[in-house]
Design a binder for this molecule. Sequence first.
Ligand code: NAI
Length: 414
Amino acid sequence: MSHVRDMSLAESGRMKIRWVQDFMPALVAIRARFEREKPFAGKKITISIHMEAKTAFLALCLAAGGAEVHATGCNPLSTQDDVAAGLASMGVETYAMHGVNAAEYRGLLVEALSCCPDLIIDDGGDLLDLLSGDYAHLGKNLLGGAEETTTGIHRLHARARAGVLPFPMMNVNDAKCKHYYDNKYGTGQSVWDAVMHTTNLLVAGKTVVVAGYGYCGRGVAMRAKGMGANVIVTEIDPIKALEASMDGCRVMPMDEAAPQGDLFVTTTGCRDVLTRRHFEVMKNNAFLSNAGHFNVEVDCEALADMAVRVYPRRQDITGYELADGRTLNLLAEGRLVNLASGNGHPAEIMDTSFSVQALALEYLLHHASELGKQVYDIPEEIDREVSRLKLHGAGLRIDTLTPEQEAYLSGWQV
Ligand code: NAI
């Protein structure tokens, strides 16, 4: 039975779900095929992804394909209670509540796994953690799963290297139709959407420090520049650092950037990117935010330890007053700012990411018996199918090679 905060919010949630589906044509096309073919008939699927409207629509598509779907969130602050109620009211078992503590969050994940699923979708690896530990027995029927994000993929590879991955996992993050668009354009837009509405302040003219110039960092930096910010990038990878420099950003270590920044966004997937020695030299009223998966990029414990007063400044902004009178502003408790204090990525972006997810699960269903306990790349055909559906949905057409062009490209003669 579903476990949500308040079923009276269901209509507001259903309205949000109806809205996003109008902008997710690829997933709508996949749902139509799933409805006809029922590929998941008799199967149970547990999904742990940020519980908001796009995720709810993915859950409904899998249900349309015949699955019994059990849905939970992947971060206690990104759950939208109305969407959880709306999804539960539409026949998907839903276990998600905004703002729960760590133990309650884990309890909701366990509830979502109690059906002993055949397939899972994970976002950051929390389901896999449970299924590899105290709750391994709930994985007895598992054919495999699919992982959504960069941080989850790092952990999957680490488990596979150590020989402790319990079942095959599909690497959705590294599909082109995922990270080319979601990590870059999705994070690029939704981080600023969240920062701007949370602070209600100007981006133009500010010095924005972006930590990490991977797919997410590039998107965040690109949009900051577009709005008139002066962008500094910090990196550990010389290739990415050079790219940032050629893209027109200033590049320097965080120790040098810390006293210059007005607004910091971490996008590294690493830990302790902003820590005590940086807080010590930051400007009064600097803003600290994180867009990486876990809330370990900004050292919130050090910040709390240094503060003489911690107080709410606006919704989702906590002020940390330091002994010398400066105040540093932490957004969304250092959690993924675009999800914890925003609406996540635009629907058009999640259309491609979740279409890959849906087709990755269908692929697992047909190929699980051939797969080992490894991490598998998404087959090229899935990327091509999703981009074809997406172009079609957008009313865009592209050229086709003539036989002469094909011969030219595959030979060496002019
Ligand atoms: P990526 O691997 O493309 O980029 C990470 C970059 O950070 C790399 O260039 C790396 O060299 C750099 N880096 C690592 N440690 C660093 C440090 N200590 N200081 C400075 N730079 C450092 O990864 P991607 O796809 O950009 O993802 C980054 C994080 O964002 C992950 O945790 C991922 O799960 C998360 N993510 C968040 C999304 C959101 O909606 N907020 C969407 C997609 C991914």
